[in-house]
Design a binder for this molecule. Structure first.
Ligand SMILES: C[S@@+](CC[C@H](N)C(=O)[O-])C[C@H]1O[C@@H](n2cnc3c(N)ncnc32)[C@H](O)[C@@H]1O
Length: 234
């Protein structure tokens, strides 16, 4: 058995500890949290009737609940690294239309050509750039023909100046929500230790390298960006 990288064990511990308070905290930390997830669901192509959906880094299940509601025929696999947050997700979803997988993005073990739709919200930036590229390949393999991969996440600015401004504007938002100083410090410490922001241009290129087509940016606000991509076999 191979040991997990230390930083990922720490990410797991971080979200284990945050699990019960996550839903209170996320709205004062992520601007336009509902809007970004609702836009993701709105842009799932009309010709796709997803029956099998995978939510990568499901957390407490806020996006899982949205796709359950939007696609009443679908079953969802909710995947996360943290056992504690999966427990909260299980309680919050409360339906047998969801099954749960405790897996690490670094070592995903997914069935081939299984899912019609793979979604993810604010999770993929927890792995470094080579791991993101492997993840995109894994997602591609797990999708059925015509399947869609769509994710919203924190992205780096294309220039250091834009990235710096993103961080300043994020802090202004957090201040406007009255975030306690120690909570902001907690996020900044977490970010320095465990977050790997890549640019929109880089991630679009990696999706194309993974053979995805119809790659596009659907929505953007400060760091938060929504991408979509489709597996189209000739
Ligand atoms: C900021 S939360 C987002 C949760 C949820 N998707 C949402 O939008 O509210 C990030 C989630 O990604 C999970 N995560 C972080 N690194 C991971 C990894 N290497 N493998 C699987 N899940 C991971 C965390 O445990 C956490 O639940």
């Amino acid at each position: 058995m191979t040991a997990e990288p230390i930083s990922e064990r720490s990410t797991e511990e971080f979200y284990d500890e945050l699990a019960s308070s996550y839903n209170d905290i996320i709205y004062r930390c992520a601007p336009r949290y509902d809007e970004m997830q609702m836009t993701m669901v709105d842009y799932v192509p009309n010709d796709l009737q997803p029956l099998r959906i995978l939510d990568l880094g499901c957390g407490t299940g806020n996006l899982t609940l949205r796709v359950l509601e939007a696609f009443p025929e679908a079953e969802v696999v909710a995947l996360d690294l943290s056992a504690e947050i999966l427990d909260v997700c299980r309680r919050q979803c409360g339906t047998d239309r969801v099954s749960y997988l405790q897996q690490d993005f670094h070592s995903l073990d997914l069935p081939d050509a299984e899912f019609d739709l793979v979604v993810s919200s604010i999770a993929i930036h927890h792995v470094d750039d080579p791991a993101k590229q492997r993840l995109f390949n894994d997602v591609y393999a797990s999708l059925r023909h015509d399947g869609v991969f769509t994710f919203v996440d924190q992205f780096r600015g294309e220039t250091p100046g834009i990235y710096r401004r993103h961080m300043e504007v994020w802090k202004l938002f957090a201040d406007s929500k009255g975030i306690p100083a120690e909570e902001w410090e907690m996020w900044m410490e977490h970010q320095q230790q465990h977050d790997y922001h890549a640019t929109v241009g880089q991630q679009i290129a990696w999706l194309r390298q993974a053979e995805f087509q119809q790659v596009d940016c659907l929505w953007k606000h400060v760091l938060w960006t929504l991408l979509t991509a489709r597996k189209v076999l000739e």
